[in-house]
Design a protein around this ligand. Sequence first.
Ligand code: GLN
Length: 493
Amino acid sequence: MTFDHDISEYGVTSVREMILTGRRSAEEVARRHIEWIAGSDKEIGAFLTVMADEAVDRARAVDREIRGGEKPGRLAGVPVAIKDVFATRGIRTTCGSRILSSYKPPFSATAVERIMAEGGVVMGKTNMDEFAMGSSTENSAFFPTRNPWDLERVPGGSSGGSAAAVAAGYAVAALGSDTGGSVRQPAALCGVVGMKPTYGRVSRYGLIAFASSLDHVGILARTVDDCAAVLEVIAGEDPNDSTCAREPVGAYTESGARRDFRVGVLPEKLIDQLEPGARSVFLSNVDALRQMGATIGESTLPHWDYSLPAYYILATSEASSNLARYDGVKYGHRSSSYENLRDMYCRSRTEGFGAEVKRRIILGTHSLSSGYYDAYYQRACRIRTLVMRDFAENFGRFDLLVMPTTPGPAFRLGDRVEDPVQMYLSDVFTVAANLAGVPAISIPSGFVDGLPVGLQVVGPHFSEEKIFQLARAFERAVSLPVRIPPMAAARRN
Ligand code: GLN
């Protein structure tokens, strides 16, 4: 069994058509992906759980349905990877944590259900920073994931396993979660597309909570079209999530490309914070947009500098409350020896949580405690309102904003583990969109010393169609010569 093209040509539409026309069966496609995973995931570490048997069974069922003349799903036979933060019925769901290392949920997340209902074939659960807290996937309680472009470097995080899986060709698309950049940042560092839609666009039911007012379900894929195809399937109202929007779902796959938007660029003094290589890629991206026909102006974001500190106060505060449920009583790790109930809570949590999670619970509890609440939590809430207003004002003048996704390309494993603030700074360009709940995408935009970086496009609430239009136009205009890492290209046959 051979594939005639390289993985960059295996998109949602092409895989589905290949299966519907009978050129390949869904089972062949699934088995081929399983071979790829078996061949090189030992080096990369994208998956925490590979669901080989389940994937083959699922693919066979898709083949049977097609043969039986049933209407094929929109993702019929498409291999998909799921970040281990999503509940999957009967399948171990660890959230990257020792405390959930043997947890098998009795239900699946809505986004996962919807993918499966459209014929998507789940290949496995991907590695992540524990409870999605991190920017490098080094905070996983199990092992770090490596970047398929350079195995000595991080894939970004916290959805690093999903980004690496898509870049390495283990799945056509993947689900991730984005609380402060966890889909867009790893997408940029692994050279794939990553989107965080509007808050409420996709149900969070079954997404293990980190910071509920900032958590978003997001998508990683190799092209803008693939990302749109998955969003169309997972978006929309869900009675199981009261924060999920009733807004009708757009025809994301059909919105096409458009070049003549009014585009606001991040102010120059913020662009100057970029590493030199990333800065020159970004400036050439802005030129490309101008040449495409976009009208370029400078955005004004006076409260931008406060968004990162406000994010880390709000995210840790919400986490300290959300993570209180892991007490060893209902589910998750329970210490094997303890003296009384209080001691059991204490030991179970001490043994079950890693250092970063503990740091955040302590920081968040502090920000919410009486006497500090006004100075920290409430102040951060006020900043959040100001950041929202900044965006709203810009969206009066501009259709969309563009900014870099990250300050530079992937860093080396181990480089930032000792310095949490340095690690937190990876998110300077992504957290503001989470505070405001506005949609944002990261698209591959160039290379710095052979490593990919991304361009971020941010729009007003529920402007996903516009974002896809500009992203498609940009994707065509810059048409990067290399779209897959050398290790994946070498496997081509
Ligand atoms: N890196 C950020 C953090 O550690 C964002 C994480 C996320 O989006 N889940 O909080």
